[in-house]
Ligand binder design. Structure first.
Ligand SMILES: *Cc1c(COP(=O)(O)O)cnc(C)c1O
Length: 393
């Protein structure tokens, strides 16, 4: 069994490109060209150079000594929190802006929920001098003011989505509408391993630099490329896809995907798609998603804005169904405590998304000589308000 995408854009039974006919030319152009463009030497050279000089890669693979002592196992943190803009998302937006340029596009659109992907997109548009329009739900604009300000400072136009629940899925609908109306000059930068084929595969390839680096770094530190476990949190699934990518076919490496249980899997306020999700179609791909009996998408909940998504990408749906990865759900409370613990033990303030992954050490016992790599997807600066309110700091 392969865990990589097949030529039709499927991971097992998940994936594909379920799109309106009007969108077909755009998606088809990308599908035909993305692999060829990515493999060009000049593309690789520019991509690698920007990752090094602008993003600050390779990010360290840091042996967390005190955390390891506490849980009596060997824990390495892959420090995506040290990327420019504070998280892994920029790996993908750098890749996609270079793709857009090769395709001759001059106008960039994106959707954003909490604003992190909007900021990462606005950043690379400024870097390349391209026009940037970010669609964002009206409710999200109100509750994510600092990220809205960041996008504006970076020169992006933030357009409110006024329909439906006025959150991420409505912003996505607006972005799709825009793309249909502007098929020639516009590229749509999707922020995770979601959407119609080829997006999940393209984004996973851009993020795969994470596991590529882990292999080299672990060889230096542990004399083997392969850890016993790789742990990552999953919203749409891009940081996990990047951390898992070069280990997908290495069955000795156990993969752990961590979802947000919110107030609890059975509370009605959750984002644990692997438990609560059923097969269905969202944003152009067949995957697992949270829905009502008649197929309406359920509003997800998590304290962490980045994990507050009603589906997972098709790769993760396949990893879940095939049991290649173990899925673990972590509540708000468990994540917040684990985040605070990392601050006290290692002097690192993690993003609340990453705190969900850290909480696995309280759920699962590892052996003393296990090598565990945890992808620390982002830094906690953006979450300070939430930490302040939660801990009454
Ligand atoms: C957006 C985000 C996530 C979730 O997105 P994925 O596509 O699942 O990686 C996780 N961590 C951080 C820090 C984020 O900003």
């Amino acid at each position: 069994m392969s865990y990589f995408v097949d030529e039709n854009g499927y991971y097992g039974e998940f994936g594909g490109a379920y799109i309106p006919e009007m969108l077909y030319p755009n998606v088809e152009e990308l599908r035909q060209k993305y692999v060829t463009i990515m493999q060009e030497a000049s593309f690789q050279k520019e991509f690698k150079s920007l990752l090094k000089e602008y993003v600050g890669r390779p990010t360290p693979l840091y042996f967390a000594k005190r955390l390891s002592e506490k849980y009596n196992t060997k824990i390495y943190l892959k420090r995506e929190d040290l990327c420019h803009t504070g998280a892994h998302k920029v790996n993908n937006t750098i890749g996609q802006i270079l793709m857009a340029k090769r395709l001759g596009k001059t106008r960039i659109i994106a959707e954003t929920g909490a604003g992190q992907h909007g900021v990462a997109t606005a950043t690379v548009c400024a870097l390349m001098g391209l026009e940037c329009i970010v669609y964002m739900g009206e409710i999200d604009i109100a509750r994510q003011a600092p990220n809205v300000a960041r996008m504006k400072m970076l020169g992006a136009k933030v357009v409110p989505a006024l329909s439906g629940s006025r959150t991420l899925k409505d912003a996505t609908n607006e972005a799709i509408r825009d793309w249909i109306n502007n098929p020639v000059d516009t590229h749509y930068i999707i922020g995770s391993v979601v959407g119609p084929h080829p997006y999940p595969d393209m984004v996973a390839r851009f993020q795969s630099v994470i596991s590529e680096e882990i292999k080299t770094q672990l060889l230096e530190k542990e004399n083997t490329e392969n850890p016993d476990y790789v742990i990552a949190c999953v919203g749409g699934g891009s940081n996990a896809a990047g951390a898992f990518y070069h280990y997908l076919d290495e069955e000795s490496v156990q993969l752990i995907a961590v979802e947000a249980a919110g107030l609890g899997v059975d509370s009605g306020e959750s984002a644990a798609t692997s438990v609560l999700g059923k097969e269905g179609i969202i944003h152009g791909s067949r995957t697992l998603l949270m829905q009502t009996k008649d197929g309406q998408i359920t509003e997800p909940y998590s304290i962490s804005a980045g994990l507050d998504y009603p589906g997972v990408g098709p790769l993760h749906a396949h990893l879940c169904k095939s049991k290649r990865a173990e899925f673990i759900s972590i509540t708000d409370d468990e994540a917040m405590q684990a985040g605070l613990e990392l601050c006290k033990l290692e002097g690192i303030i993690p993003a609340i998304e990453s705190s969900h992954a850290l909480a696995v050490f309280n759920m699962k016992k590892f052996k003393e000589d296990d090598v565990v790599v945890l992808n620390l997807s982002g830094r906690g600066d953006k979450d300070l308000d939430t930490y302040i309110k939660y801990f009454r700091l």
